[in-house]
Structure formats: C-alpha cells, structure tokens
Ligand binder design. Structure first.
Ligand SMILES: Cc1cc2nc3c(=O)[nH]c(=O)nc-3n(C[C@H](O)[C@H](O)[C@H](O)COP(=O)(O)OP(=O)(O)OC[C@H]3O[C@@H](n4cnc5c(N)ncnc54)[C@H](O)[C@@H]3O)c2cc1C
Length: 467
C-alpha cells in the first residue's frame, strides 16, 4: 500500500476546521490544518460570533448604565468610550485565536500557512509566500466557510458600505445606520448600534424579520424593535444605492409601494453568506455542488471518496458555528472508524443575540402543521416570571410546539431574556426524547428564568400557574 504522509488534511481553521483537527489529533490521526489567514478561528472567532457578542455584552452594560436610575442608582453623565469598547472586543478575539493555536499544538496538529487547493486523488496544493507545496492525505476535510454576499453592483468599503468585517472595525459609533437584511447578522448589528445611540433602519425584502424563526417570534421582535425606536421596513426594497458626501443614499420602496429617499452615515449589507467553494479546486474532484454548496452524505463525505465537507460550505444545514463543529466531529469519527451519529436537523438550536434575544429548536408551528402533525401549542409570557421582572427584561415569551397524540416535543421557540441560554433545556429534552409530560414533572428552581420554560410545557395542556 502506498504510504501517505497525513491521515487528514483540514482546510480552514473556523469552528468546523479547528475542532475537527483537534478531535483527529485526539484520535491519534496524523493531521495538518491549512489556513490562508494569519490568524486562526475563521469567521466565527475573527469577524462573527465572538466579536459581535463582545459588543452586545457592552451594549447591555451600557444600557443598564443609561437606565440605572430605574434601579435607584444615580449615574451622572455616563460616557461611552467606543475605541475602548473596540479594544476590548479585539482583545477577546486575539485571546481566543491564540488559544486555538495552543489547542492545535497540544493535539499535535501541524499548522500550515497558505491557500489550499484540492488537486484530486488525496492531494492538496498549498500556496504561500514561502512557495508552493503539494501535500497528500488519506482524508481531507473542506471547511473553507463562507463570506458575506453583496448586492449586485456594490463593493464593500471601510467607510460607507459595510459587511460584518468593516462594521466591526469602526472606531466610532455612527449617527445613523441602514441595515439591508433582517436575518441574524442584520438584526444583531441593528440591536447593538441602536443601544449605542445610532439611529437605525432595517430593510427586509421578505414579509417578516428573522424569517427562519416561528412567525410569532418574528412579530414579537418587530414589535420590540419598533418600541425601541428602530425603523423596520419588511416586504420592502432598497434600490439605487449610492455613496456620496457624508454617507449613503438609497431609494426605499415600502410594502405598500410608496417610494422614499433614505440617507444614513453607514449602510450594512447583511443579505446572507456565500459558501467559499470557488477557486478551491472542486473541478479536480468528483465533489457535487448544489447552488454553490457542497453535497454530503450522512457522514459528511462528498462524492469524492475520502473528501469530507463541514460547516458553512455544506448544503442543507444552517450556517452556524455549532453545526460546523458537530459536522466536524461526525466526519472525523467516521474516518477514524469510531461511532458516529449523523446530525439530526430538527435538533439544531439557533440563537440570535438581539434585545430581546431569540433561541429556538425544532419545527415552527407552521412547519409542524405543514408536516401533517396534530399540533398543540403552549405559550408562557416572561411577564409572568418573577426573575425576568427582577432583571428588568420581561418582554417576550416561550412557545412550545407539541404533537397532540403523545406529547412529543416538536419545537420550542423563545424570545426574551437569555433566550439563547434557556433554549439548552429544550434541546436536551428533545435529544433525550422527553415528552411534554416529562418536562411538566421536571422541577425548575425558583426564581429562575428557566421556570418559564417549565411553565410553557405546562401551558401545552392549559396548566401553567403564573399566567
Ligand atoms: C456577524 C456574524 C455573526 C455570527 N454569529 C453567530 C453566532 O452567534 N452563532 C453561530 O452559531 N454562528 C454565528 N455566525 C455564523 C458562524 O460564524 C459560521 O457559521 C461559522 O464561522 C462557520 O464555520 P466554518 O468552520 O464552516 O467556516 P469559517 O468560520 O468561515 O472558517 C473558514 C476558514 O477557512 C479559511 N479558508 C477559506 N478558504 C481557504 C483556502 N482555500 N485555504 C486555506 N484556508 C481557507 C478561512 O480563512 C477561514 O479561516 C455568525 C456569522 C457572522 C458573519
């Protein structure tokens, strides 16, 4: 048998790639990880999940200061030092990016700097300033992630037309911001900058915000955003976008067909993420694509034997960091001959870190009905939860979608305080195949936010106590 130098080459150091490489090292596979950027961690760590949540944390603290008098604390003239806010965010990113390097080292993963291209037959070409080298491995994982989609004719720039990358590099809080796209990325930045004092307008082509969520969640977010003073235009179109003078101008066509000229200091384009599958040598392999995304089987293996794909490049699973990581675990377990459990698409939590936050898992009410299920819904408002009132965040609710026949939990949808943490109970319940009855018997400590989750399960049978 021909001897190849690596058991596994991973392309990309995002949450999918670096986690897969570490797991491969733990299993004793001789592993190399190729990354084209100077820093490790991919979109998630460098320009996605982590820096946005660092800013959101500061936005929360800032908001508390601004409204401190409500809690009997007089705070004279609090001042936001945005360059320092940015430094803190950058420090968190650097700490964790360096941490990834240390973890790879400990797992004995060889780090190779450069741009990787698939060459077929287990070969990967790596180009860097040092030259070109061809590596060979029994297995390859493509974890090249994604980048922001742009609207036709627009190019991002550091000043006016921003993607998630440029907006994270701003050194001051803009006076006004227009956001095109009300998916997770768009609404998170809208929520951050509104709280820092920016005048924010969100424009969404689809009829509702966060369109992948349950309809009731979208309605509640829209209501809350409007209450906070964010202008929300759904079912609307932004056209004729132009940079000029002090900012960006565009023509807005509202859902009623009314046209209006809008102007703001900055424009954020958040209209989705394009998989990085161009210029990586797909044509040298048997890999099949679906609208640019890589098709995989239940073990994440592509049509090219020994080549796996994970994370944002994969067709059919949501572009989320924890999905990338899980898919990496499945791919590595499969190639290492360990027990692997395919991803269950109905048990993937999704979190949107707005104010109020969103956490959801499983089917929406509409999806459950469309699937022919006999649906029973339980709903509990955070207004009936004492801990939420203590925290001063009693907006929103928890909605449980269950099957009437056996009380199977089909989906749980939360909007409100710490929704992104609270969803964990629902995910664990669904993974353990607990029914609504089991969750009704589960004791929830008092006073906690997660008592509201218990109440929502009781509400499926009209038995919640505090609402
Ligand atoms: C603003 C924002 C906020 C987000 N917040 C969240 C969140 O809160 N929670 C969540 O779950 N998800 C969030 N996401 C999504 C999350 O970031 C992605 O789902 C995740 O990063 C995907 O991981 P990945 O490993 O597939 O790819 P990536 O993280 O995109 O990493 C891919 C890596 O591959 C490298 N690469 C690409 N091509 C090559 C090549 N040819 N050779 C060598 N290296 C290459 C890239 O440089 C990059 O480092 C957010 C995204 C954005 C933009």
């Amino acid at each position: 048998m021909k001897k190849v130098p690596y058991d596994l080459i991973v392309i990309g150091s995002g949450p999918g790639g670096y986690s897969a490489a570490i797991r491969a090292g733990q299993y004793g596979l001789k592993t190399a990880l190729v990354e084209k950027q100077a820093r490790l961690g991919g979109t998630c760590l460098l320009v996605g999940c982590i820096p946005t949540k660092a800013l959101l944390q500061t936005a929360d603290v800032w908001e508390r200061f601004v409204h401190a008098d409500k809690e009997g604390i007089q705070c004279e003239n609090p001042r936001l030092d945005y360059p320092k806010v940015k430094d803190r965010k950058d420090g968190i990113v650097t700490k964790h990016s360096n941490g990834v390097g240390m973890l790879l080292k400990r797992a004995k993963v060889e780090r190779i700097a450069g741009y990787a291209t698939l060459k077929g037959g287990g070969k990967v070409e790596v180009r860097s300033e040092a030259g070109v080298q061809t590596l060979e491995a029994k297995n390859i994982i493509v974890a090249t992630g994604s980048e922001a989609r742009m609207l036709p004719g627009l190019e991002p720039d550091p000043e006016f037309i921003l993607t998630n990358i440029e907006i994270l590099n701003l050194t001051s809080v803009p006076k006004s911001l227009m956001v095109i796209g009300a998916g997770a990325v768009g609404v998170e930045f809208a929520s951050i900058f509104k709280r820092f004092g920016t005048d924010v307008t969100v424009i969404e082509m689809l009829p509702r915000m966060v369109p992948v969520e349950d309809e009731d969640i979208s309605k509640e977010l829209e209501r809350n955003f409007r209450k906070q003073g964010i202008r929300v235009e759904t079912g609307a179109r932004a056209e004729n976008i132009q940079k000029g003078g002090q900012g960006v101008k565009l023509t807005l066509t509202t859902r009623n067909g009314k046209q209006e000229e809008l102007e703001a200091e900055k424009l954020l384009v958040a209209v989705g993420r394009k998989p990085n599958t161009e210029n990586i040598g797909i044509e040298n392999t048997k890999i099949e694509l679906d609208r640019g995304f890589i098709k995989v089987d239940q073990w994440q293996e592509t049509a090219e034997p020994g080549v796996y794909a994970i994370g944002d490049v994969v067709a059919g699973t949501p572009q989320l960091a924890h999905v990338a990581t899980r898919e990496g675990m499945i791919a590595v377990a499969h190639m290492a001959g360990k027990e692997a459990v395919p991803i269950n698409k109905t048990r993937i939590p999704g979190c949107t870190y707005t104010e109020p936050g969103i956490g959801s898992v499983g089917l929406t009410e509409a999806q459950a009905k469309a699937a022919g299920r006999k649906v029973r819904v339980g709903r509990f408002p955070f207004g009936g939860n004492s801990r939420a009132t203590i925290l001063g965040h009693h907006e929103g609710f928890i909605k449980v979608v269950a099957d009437e026949t056996y009380g199977e939990i089909l989906g749980v949808h939360i909007i409100g305080p710490e929704a992104f943490e609270l969803i964990a109970e629902a995910v664990a319940a669904m993974e353990a195949e607990a029914t609504v009855d089991v969750m009704m018997q589960t004791i929830h400590a008092h006073p906690t936010l997660y008592e509201a989750v218990g109440e929502a399960f009781n509400a499926v049978y009209g038995l919640s106590i505090n609402a």
